[in-house]
Design a protein around this ligand. Structure first.
Ligand code: URA
Length: 191
């Protein structure tokens, strides 16, 4: 576990500064952006290595999207665990930490981004975005000279708390795999 070297420069309001490092090499065609590390991620310093991570790797990415985790760059919007109860990150934390994510996106230069959960989805597509309206649809994303395709995905943790959600998460990841493969069954929406 390493302390965040950017804590002061970013003006990070968090007390704890254990940083979870993103996983994958750059550049990478496929990027997933989660919310914030939990207990296991905080311990190991890597994203999605707890229960949600296991579901993400084997069920959602592996079986549904037909993608190996090693082909995907995995990052979080907020790089440090918020607290022992994993409360939602607040605006000041997101504003400070997402400066790192913006730099990462430039370096990763992905063709496809899956925003995993509502926090990264709102960060990328706008605060008013509603997960229940946008999940599983493809969006063309353009900002300055950067272009990529984005699909909002329900978060695997949702399925752990409510198993009836698993079907929806599985469908989202199946659609994400289709988007990456250029399958024409993907439904597109303007922003
Ligand atoms: N949930 C996330 O959003 N990110 C992680 O790394 C783990 C759980």
């Amino acid at each position: 576990m390493r302390a965040c070297p950017d804590h002061d420069t970013l003006g990070c309001p968090m007390a704890r500064i254990n940083r979870t490092w993103s996983e994958g090499s750059t550049p990478c065609d496929i990027m997933l952006i989660g919310e914030a590390p939990g207990k296991y991620e905080d311990k190991k310093g890597m994203p999605f290595v707890g229960k949600s991570g296991s579901e993400l790797t084997h069920l959602y990415l592996g079986q549904c999207a037909d993608l190996l985790r090693g082909r995907v760059y995995i990052a979080n919007l907020v790089k440090c665990r918020t607290n022992e109860k994993d409360r939602d990150p607040n605006k000041a934390e997101v504003d400070a930490c997402s400066q790192l994510l913006t730099e990462e996106i430039v370096n990763v230069n992905p063709r496809f981004i899956g925003t995993v959960g509502s926090f990264s989805t709102k960060w990328l597509l706008g605060d008013k975005t509603r997960m229940d309206k946008v999940h599983g649809f493809g969006y063309e994303y353009n900002i300055s000279l950067f272009e990529c395709k984005v699909m909002p995905l329900y978060h695997p943790a949702f399925g752990l708390h409510n198993t009836s959600m698993m079907r929806h998460i599985m469908e989202d990841f199946t659609r994400f795999g289709r988007m990456v493969r250029g399958d024409e069954r993907v439904m597109w929406r303007g922003r």
